[in-house]
Write a protein that binds this ligand. Structure first.
Ligand code: GRF
Length: 203
């Protein structure tokens, strides 16, 4: 798991694993921010918490080589991004083709793209006057939030919502849907047809 912030999605995934709803092992948590809450959560659970910032390397290539080495050392099969505010390079995306997922707090392709994170997303939804927002779990490609959706879920926008109240309602759904999406990988139910993700044997 890669995260730059507080790590509530990491906590939700760990809880889903604990309850037997997600058959996965989080083998490492990687962050570009030494102070990320996600790293603290990882440490509390005895999961390797790795701070890896490109700023500490002399070139992007050197950073990528180290990152790939860390991923291999921990036998990472799937990379799950949650609030990881750094674009992955093409070499990492190629190495983990169709095995990198991200969670975005809106219904992509609306309110996504470069710079659309945190409260900017929710404020954008409110300023536009949308009646629904939601969550998207998608495969990561080389663009910003442009990979094909795996699962999406709607969240109603209320007349008196602020970016904070909407964010909180969306986050509740994030905490459900991310485990569900990753469980589809665990059950080998994800197929990629062209640009589309097809879920085998939907409920
Ligand atoms: C979530 O809202 C996620 O959708 C977005 O970044 C936020 C991360 O939150 N990509 P947390 O660090 O998992 O609490």
């Amino acid at each position: 798991m890669f995260a730059s912030g507080r790590g509530s999605n990491l906590a939700a995934l760990l809880s889903a694993i604990g309850k037997g709803e997600l058959h996965a092992t989080i083998v490492a948590v990687i962050s570009n921010k030494a102070e990320a809450g996600a790293l603290d959560i990882a440490r509390t659970h005895g999961i390797p918490a790795i701070h890896l910032s490109s700023e500490l390397f002399s070139s992007p290539d050197e950073f990528d080589q180290t990152l790939l080495q860390v991923l291999q050392e921990h036998r990472v099969e799937i990379i799950a991004l949650a609030g990881y505010l750094k674009k992955l390079s093409s070499s990492i995306i190629r190495a983990y083709k169709h095995r990198i997922v991200n969670i975005h707090p809106a219904l992509l392709p609306a309110f996504g793209g470069k710079g659309m994170y945190g409260h900017k997303v929710h404020q954008g939804v409110l300023d536009y006057g949308c009646k629904v927002s939601g969550v998207t779990v998608h495969l990561v490609d080389e663009g910003y939030d442009t990979g094909p959706p795996i699962l999406q879920r709607c969240v109603a926008v209320k007349e008196d919502d602020s970016a904070e109240t909407l964010a909180a309602r969306v986050l509740e759904q994030e905490h459900q849907i991310y485990a569900e999406a990753l469980q589809l990988f665990a059950e080998e139910r994800i197929e990629i047809h062209g640009r589309k993700v097809i879920i085998k044997n939907p409920a």
